[in-house]
Design a protein around this ligand. Sequence first.
Ligand code: AP5
Length: 214
Amino acid sequence: MDLILLGPPGSGKGTQAQKMVERYRIPQISTGDILRTAVKEKTPLGVEAKQYMDQGALVPDKVVVGIVRDRLKSADCNGGFILDGFPRTVPQAEALESTLKDMKRGIDHVVSIEVDNEQLIRRLTGRRTCRDCGAMSHLTFDPPKKEGICNKCGGELYQRDDDKEGTIRARLQVYEKQTAPLIAYYRKRGLLRTIDGVGDIEKIFREIVEAIEG
Ligand code: AP5
């Protein structure tokens, strides 16, 4: 099953993708995670990406398209994949379509998770991520039992550099302008499944499963 998770920053793409990985046993491909690893390791890609990410802007299409194209060729994607945070522009969506066509496959479903802006800001300012296992928690909605420590693996929790309020607002504007047009793009292709992303995480997950399994 080849899937895309679409939605604004903080809508829960990463949270739901991790649950989907457990259910469907297919990999999550998060361009944000790939770029953050490159930034941390100070690779040439990371040095280039950091200047865009720090401003809440998108990394150029050419760069991200290349990353995803290579990743999709890995053997673990043979049975399907969950794209989280890609595509984010119409040119990225077109490049994905042509890559998959060359591979004689195509997207099965695009799940668009909808959440209002005020809730998104609350979620992102309170988000904490585990340095070791990548699990997400939230200071108010899903607080760690011990301050600064991941509930799942005991690793250290940190706040992402782009989760400061000014950068969050810039990311939300970028989403409206550059990524929201993908909703119409995929609706036109009959692939769009829209989910209300506010409420209990498990309930949202059940709705996603229902939407893609029919
Ligand atoms: P990326 O890492 O993709 O970030 P994003 O799209 O902004 O999404 P987030 O990871 O912030 O949010 P999410 O939807 O995954 O929500 P989460 O589950 O964490 O991209 C970062 C940057 O990289 C971009 O700005 C850009 O510069 C660059 N980039 C990446 N991909 C690119 C591309 N394709 N092209 C160009 N540039 C690219 O949840 C958020 C919080 O809410 C958590 O604390 C969670 O615990 C909590 N939460 C989740 N669900 C619920 C719920 N139902 N109720 C209450 N709290 C909840």
